[in-house]
Design a protein around this ligand. Structure first.
Ligand code: LIP
Length: 253
């Protein structure tokens, strides 16, 4: 998983140089970025298939490819933070998780711009490059820096977000909307953010991040219940100390 994620991210990083140039072109970088995204997905699928030919693969771009052992599946986002990438913002990542018998057992999120590889293995902790990471110890909401998502246009979260925002914004030290769910959760895992929530994101955006937070000692899941973890809902990742207070604040929205 690590090898495939790093290989895909390196090609995206090379293409990113071109995207920066295309910002001034009349046509913009749209088509170029779609092609780069597809190329990255191809690399990931090829590598993961080679390593585990019988596992299923769910990707953002192509949906589910069923393997012989569908109870083992990779959940892949070749380019998380597509809008950032498209606008030459140097904050995006490649994310892969492995789900086995309904549990996420391995996770890998790589930010090639900062050369930061977040990885976790169920039961063995979470790591940033080779250093063990842990969630923050912030226990008071009024000292907490919180990541979130922001709905735009006709996005479903338009109705869900405003009341949640009202409740949270009133109580916390700061809010950030960085546009890369996998990295938001990775940042909770290493203590840069104290908590994160977002409504309506997709499995490939958060599968790896959930395990990173859990293995770093935090809490991560779907507010409406983990039994339907891949259904539409509000995804929350928090440090252990804030956990319930933060979820209650959102839930009370
Ligand atoms: C994006 C997420 C981001 C969210 C966007 C989108 P993509 O993923 O990571 O945090 O707010 O709606 O889903 O589409 O760039 O892979």
């Amino acid at each position: 998983m690590v090898r495939s994620v790093v290989r895909a991210a390196r090609t995206l990083a090379r293409d990113f140089g071109e995207v920066e140039q295309l910002q001034w072109s009349v046509k913009g970088p749209g088509d170029f970025v779609s092609a780069a995204d597809r190329r990255a997905e191809q690399i990931l699928v090829e590598d993961l298939r080679k390593a585990r030919p019988d596992f299923s693969i769910l990707t953002e771009e192509s949906g589910l490819r069923e393997g012989r052992f569908p109870e083992h599946r990779f959940i892949v986002d070749p380019l998380d933070g597509t809008s950032n990438y498209l606008h030459a913002m140097p904050h995006w990542a490649v994310s892969v998780a492995l789900e086995q018998h309904g549990e996420i057992t391995a996770a890998c999120v790589y930010d090639p711009i900062r050369n930061e590889l977040f990885a976790a293995d169920k039961g063995n902790g979470a790591y940033l490059n080779d250093q063990r990471i842990r969630v923050s110890r912030t226990k008071d909401l009024d000292r907490a820096l919180i990541g979130c998502g922001l709905p735009v246009r006709d996005w479903k979260g338009r109705k869900t977000f405003p009341p949640q925002y009202e409740k949270v914004a009133d109580k916390v030290a700061g809010l950030r909307r960085m546009g890369v769910a996998s990295l938001d959760l990775a940042y909770v895992a290493c203590g840069r953010l104290d908590a994160y929530w977002e409504y309506g994101i997709k499995p490939w955006d958060y599968a790896a991040g959930l395990l990173l937070v859990r293995e770093a000692g935090g809490k991560a899941g779907r507010m409406e219940g983990d039994d339907k973890i891949w259904d539409e809902g509000t995804i929350i990742g928090t440090n252990a100390a804030l956990g319930d207070a933060f979820t209650e604040t959102l839930g009370a929205a």
